[in-house]
Ligand binder design. Structure first.
Ligand code: NOJ
Length: 518
């Protein structure tokens, strides 16, 4: 398995909103290249780039119209290659966003598929035999497109109604228009996506984040056929590109890692209790102290035991689909949240701007299918200059409006303030990379994670030493009884140092203490 994942810390870049290098109001690849020093200085050593391919942008690029070309608004394939090369020169890595489940309606395959005459693409997508038949009751199909083709039939969609579903077959075909997973028709879609993977891996990317990875095979209730499909993709990569890394948007590591993914995300949907951490009504990491970590830990351990040694469970700070981590948490709370994110097993993913506490921007009109997600996709705040340093273009041309608040954080101000969130994140990444027990694969043992209780205590176990993490997000001092070696040395703390005495730990309000046990 790719060794670099042991110490990887990812930074997710939404290309539209990161840095505009040509003053057209939208971020681009040259803009990202300009900011590589910043990302590296923060301590991140890998990038996940959201889709940057030709698209009509009805879903911000998750509706691909050409898998093989960078959208002109972001630059060219040469720019992307330059980004790959510049990252590799720095010993950093990059994964692209692969959208294998659906294309845009503007994709040439779909245009062919809509034709009444039979052709190579007739079954590239999932169509019923009649315009009057839809997909009610079929799992992993969100609705249908009908009435826009000469062909008689409805076409399945995966998400928005402009995203027709590619045909990977049905777990148990029941109707004439449902193909088996190993049918020639379903195999053709599979092979086409392998070509896409090969193209970008040959150009130098290090792997892919895979969109909606768990929903490719339809009516696959126990995911068995989808897992097999991914095993086939993995076997192909192992032959051709053994170093290629895959991370899934699936949210069920017991399934995805079996399919050959190296990593799976915990998400704002699915069974993980991820929302309990930072985004529920009473987030655990809020100082009000009314949160509950126990169900998250319970589910985490269940997955952890099932997947131990097979791959990594990744807890992101956020992403382009959910409200920002700073929506409910202030700077002090965010520091504790990041201490958690950066001391857990798996590979941490920081969503651009979360490291400075960028806020969810309320009440924005939807941009490119963002709807409620638009507020988490606003331009990166670099400094106090025009458009917060994101773009030298006109304010009216910005892709999404900036956070209008005068007190909005920015990189420049935070980098000068010793105790800023950004500097704290930097210190925490440094600590993670300097201590083997904090690396991706070192085991974790939860020592105190009781229902509705604080603090939260766990140990990361290395070969020679281990690390004890004591987190108390609550504004009250918190105690617990845990047998740990009192001879441990505090190597990191904020807001005071927790004390360990005769089997009990006392953690000051809103504090983090990280101990080394030799
Ligand atoms: C998940 C992506 O993260 C999201 O942004 C997109 O809208 C859907 N998949 C559909 O591709």
């Amino acid at each position: 398995m790719s060794k670099w994942l042991d110490n990887a810390v990812f930074y997710e870049i939404y290309p539209q909103s990161f840095k505009d290098s040509n003053a057209d109001g939208i971020g681009d690849i040259q803009g990202i290249i300009q900011k590589l020093d910043y990302i590296q200085d923060l301590g991140c050593n890998a990038i996940w780039l959201n889709p940057c391919f030709v698209s009509p942008f009805a879903d911000a690029g998750y509706d691909v119209a050409d898998y093989f070309n960078v959208a002109p608004r972001y630059g060219t394939n040469d720019d992307l290659k330059e980004l790959f090369d510049k990252l590799h020169e720095r010993n950093m890595h990059v994964i692209l966003d692969l959208v294998p489940g659906h294309t845009s309606i503007a994709h040439p395959w779909f245009k062919e598929s809509m034709k009444a005459e039979k052709n190579e693409y007739t079954h590239r997508y999932i169509w019923t035999d009649s315009i009057w038949e839809g997909f009610e009751g079929v799992s992993s199909i969100a609705g249908c497109i009908r009435g826009i083709s000469d062909r008689d039939g409805s076409c399945a969609v995966n998400f928005f109604s402009t995203q027709p579903a590619l045909n990977y077959g049905f777990a148990k075909p029941e109707k004439s228009w449902q193909f088996a997973v190993d049918s020639e028709e379903a195999m053709a879609a599979r092979e086409a996506i392998k070509e896409v993977m090969s193209f970008w891996l040959n150009l130098g990317c290090d792997g892919f984040r895979v969109d909606m990875a768990g929903s490719l095979v339809k009516n696959d209730i126990d995911s068995r056929e989808t897992i097999k499909l991914w095993q086939n993709f993995r076997a192909f990569l192992d032959m051709e590109f053994p170093e290629a890394v895959l991370i899934s948007e699936w949210g069920e590591p017991d399934k995805s890692l079996l399919g050959g993914f190296h990593m799976d995300f915990l998400l704002h949907f699915g069974p993980s209790h991820y929302l309990d951490l930072f985004r529920s009504e009473h987030p655990y990491f809020s100082k009000e102290g009314k949160g509950d970590i126990s169900e998250f830990v319970h589910k985490y351990m269940e997955n952890y035991k099932l997947t131990d040694g097979k791959g990594l469970i990744c807890i992101p700070s956020g992403n382009h689909d959910m409200v920002r981590i700073a929506h409910k948490l202030d700077e002090e709370e965010l520091k504790i949240a990041f201490a958690f994110l950066l001391t857990m097993p798996g590979v941490p993913f920081i969503y651009y701007g979360d490291e400075i506490g960028m806020k969810y921007v309320e009440n924005l009109t939807s941009v490119e299918g963002g709807y409620g997600r638009t507020g988490s996709r606003s331009p990166m705040q670099w400094d106090n200059s025009l458009n917060a340093g994101f773009s030298t273009g006109r304010k009216e041309d910005l892709y999404i409006m900036l956070d209008p608040r005068e007190e909005r954080p920015n990189v420049k101000t935070q980098s000068k303030r010793e105790d800023s969130l950004c500097n704290e994140v930097k210190r925490l990444i440094c600590l993670r990379l300097a201590n083997k027990p904090l690396c991706s694969r070192a085991p974790v043992e939860f020592l105190y994670a009781k229902e509705n209780a604080y603090p939260f205590v766990y140990r990361r176990i290395g070969d020679k030493e281990s690390i004890l993490v004591v987190l108390n997000p609550s504004k009250e001092q918190a105690d617990c009884r845990v047998m740990v070696d009192p001879a441990c040395e505090a190597i990191y703390s904020t807001n005071g140092v927790a004390s360990i005495d005769n089997g009990s730990i006392t953690a000051p309000p809103c504090s983090v203490t990280i101990f080394k046990i030799s």
